[in-house]
Structures are given as C-alpha cells and as structure tokens.
Design a protein around this ligand. Structure first.
Ligand SMILES: [Zn+2]
Ligand SMILES: [Zn+2]
Length: 211
C-alpha cells in the first residue's frame, strides 16, 4: 500500500492552509491508498476522522505530530498521557515500549541543517554526528523526504542512512493545497488502522516512494 504518513489541516494546525477534503482529493488523484492526518499536539477525535473517511470515501489513519525536547516526533497508535501535558523523547520511547505504538522522526535535520539553521551560519553536521543523535536511533523510522525539507537536508539524511541504516519513509508534510502524496511510503499491507501502521513501522516494513 502507498500511504502519505504526514499531513496537516487548517482546521486543527494553524500552520496549514488546506482542508481535509483538499488533502484527500490530492491524495486520491496521486493514486494513494491512504492518508495519515498528523496535526501538531492534537488528535482528531477517532469518531470524527472515521466519519470523514466514510464521507470522503477514502482511508484516513490518525496520527499526531508531537512537540518534544528534540523537536517534532510523529506518533502512531495509543498514547497514554494527555497530549496537553507534553512529552519528552524519553517518555515517548518508554511508553511505546509498552504500547506497541510507533515513532517516526520528521524533518530530522531541520534544527541542524534546515533553511533557518544554514542562514544562521550553522555548519551542516556530518553523517557520523547525525547518527549519534539520540532521536536517530530510538524512533522506528526516519522521514527521509518531505515537501517541508530542503535538498541539503535530503542529501544529509541519505548520507546518514547509508552510514547507519534505519527504516525510512517519505511523507508530504502537506501544509497547503496540491501537496498531499508528493512523497509517500510503501507499506506492507493491509493497513486499516494506526495500530496496523505502527506494527509495520516497528517491523521496518516501509520504504519511501519518491515522485
Ligand atoms: Zn514538524
Ligand atoms: Zn508536520
């Protein structure tokens, strides 16, 4: 199955300029099999997302993009702590050990080699420095490409993945119209729920799909 693991709607992420209907329309036009909705620090109520999925006749999988001490982390599956209390990476990893939820590291180098970091004079990290980051090792997969990352970030991530192989995914991180499914992930199916997706991520049965 081809799934976009990372997208934001304007109704629940104030950085987004697009709607759920538009994301689904674009994902469907690109031939995707499912779309994950991953707002910042808030989840869609499960029944509301299920209703939307029925109404739009397209598989929607719930996830969330959490703000942690190491930056953003995507989570799929059960989370026990109320999201408004916030998570550190260590807390997330500890919970996921027990809950079988899965973690994906989005835009892994934004802080180190993103546009703002480079403009600020930051020297891009080496592959050895990247793979030594705690978040590189403890998540279940690395987001290797998205529409919110630069060619430099993609190249550095690829170099780090070559040095220290980890499961990797592609995702649009769509914040605007026409973006859903630009990058996506091939996942061993069938994937119907966040739990199915978490299982595939934990098993490493994923790979990025490029445009
Ligand atoms: Zn993010
Ligand atoms: Zn995002």
């Amino acid at each position: 199955m081809i799934i976009d693991l990372h997208a934001h709607t304007a109704s629940r992420s104030n950085c987004s300029r697009t709607t759920l209907e538009e994301l689904v329309e674009t994902a469907r036009a690109r031939g995707l099999d499912a779309l994950c909705i991953t707002e910042h620090d808030v989840r869609w109520p499960a029944d509301e997302l299920a209703d939307a999925s029925r109404l739009l006749d397209f598989p929607l999988i719930p996830g969330v993009e959490l703000t942690t001490d190491v930056g953003h982390v995507l989570a799929f599956g059960e989370l026990r702590k109320p999201l408004w209390m916030g998570y550190t990476l260590a807390e997330l990893v500890e919970e996921c050990e027990e809950s079988d939820s899965a973690l994906v590291l989005p835009h892994p180098l934004r802080r180190f080699a993103g546009e703002r970091a480079i403009k600020g004079g930051r020297v891009p990290p080496t592959a050895a420095e990247i793979v030594a980051l705690p978040q590189w090792v403890v998540v279940h997969a690395i987001e290797a490409v998205s529409t919110q990352t630069t060619a430099l970030e993609h190249a550095l991530t690829a170099a780090a993945l070559a040095e220290h192989p980890r499961p990797s995914v592609g995702a649009s991180d769509a914040h605007g119209p026409g973006r859903a499914g630009t990058y996506a992930t091939e996942v061993d199916g069938p994937i119907k729920t966040a739990e199915d997706l978490a299982r595939a991520l934990r098993a490493g049965h994923v790979k990025p799909v490029l445009p």
